[in-house]
Design a protein around this ligand. Structure first.
Ligand code: HEM
Length: 245
């Protein structure tokens, strides 16, 4: 398979001085909600975590209430669906893995909370996977080789989809992002396939490591303090030993 590529311009969180592009994370959440959540869950992300993306407490509660999660009917005690609250976690659209596999050609859509950590070069990988579906019969890799020959599983009739970035080139996930304008961004950004792919990849980077930027910035303070302490120790040493000939 091909190595993941960066979205045009890279990600703002990349590098030692990286920061979150909060507007992008909000767009990525919208893509997750309107597209990915039809098949995937995020078991480790709670609605209350959205407060970190710049939403007020009231907005988080209202947003949570637009989702349905499994609950229990207080009168009958029977299982039913109820609107989510801020402390609920992002649900799976399927009642269990058997149902999930049955709906997806025997593949279970993975929990996406940590997917950018579970794959090498995860942020770029998710971007490349989503934006990189290709026609196996006409697709050429960098050396001009025909991918289809290396990917017999992508022949018609398997129900799998050819994707040069997926491990064995044949993925059970149909291309989820297929048209410009598939979502309508509130901030007016044009929702091209690469744009939506980069936005949701950024969002899934945040879900996997919400403290990434704090971690990077802490690193700079650690270096600064270590330098300061080293210089201090140097002068202290000179002073302590100044009387010794
Ligand atoms: C797998 C992301 C939408 C069904 C995956 C993987 C990622 C992903 C990162 C893992 C690939 C790997 O194992 O390396 C997304 C994103 C979506 C989205 C970001 C929204 C933009 C959907 C939708 C469906 C779906 C709408 C169902 C119609 C699946 C299935 C797999 C999968 C069945 C397992 C594929 C396999 O193992 O062959 N998805 N997905 N996904 N996704 Fe999605």
């Amino acid at each position: 398979h091909k190595e993941p590529v960066q979205p045009a311009g890279g990600f703002q969180f990349d590098g030692a001085f990286g920061t979150w592009d909060v507007a992008q994370l909000q767009r990525g959440y919208q893509v997750y909600k309107e597209v990915c959540a039809a098949c995937h869950a995020m078991d480790y992300v709670a609605f209350r975590n959205l407060a970190e993306l710049g939403y007020s407490e009231a907005q988080v509660k209202a947003e949570a209430a637009t989702w349905q999660v499994p609950g229990v009917d207080p009168n009958t005690g029977e299982a039913t669906m109820r609107p989510a609250t801020a402390t609920d976690y992002f649900p799976s659209p399927y009642p269990n893995n058997v149902a999930a596999a049955a709906a997806n050609n025997n593949a279970i859509p993975p929990n996406l909370s940590l997917i950018t950590k579970a794959r090498n070069n995860g942020s770029n990988y998710v971007y490349s996977l989503l934006a990189g579906y290709a026609d196996p019969t006409t697709y050429r890799n960098e050396d001009g080789a025909v991918f289809a020959e290396a990917a017999p599983g992508s022949m018609p009739g398997t129900g799998l989809y050819f994707n040069p970035y997926f491990e064995n080139l044949n993925i059970a996930m149909a291309p989820p992002l297929t048209t410009t304008g598939q979502v309508t961004y509130a901030d007016g950004t044009e929702a091209t396939i690469p744009q939506m792919s980069a936005d949701v990849a950024a969002f899934l980077t945040w879900t996997a490591e919400p403290r990434m930027i704090v971690r990077k910035q802490t690193g700079w303070w650690v270096i600064a303090f270590t330098l300061f302490a080293t210089i201090l120790a140097w002068f202290a040493k000179k002073q302590v030993w100044s009387g010794v000939k």
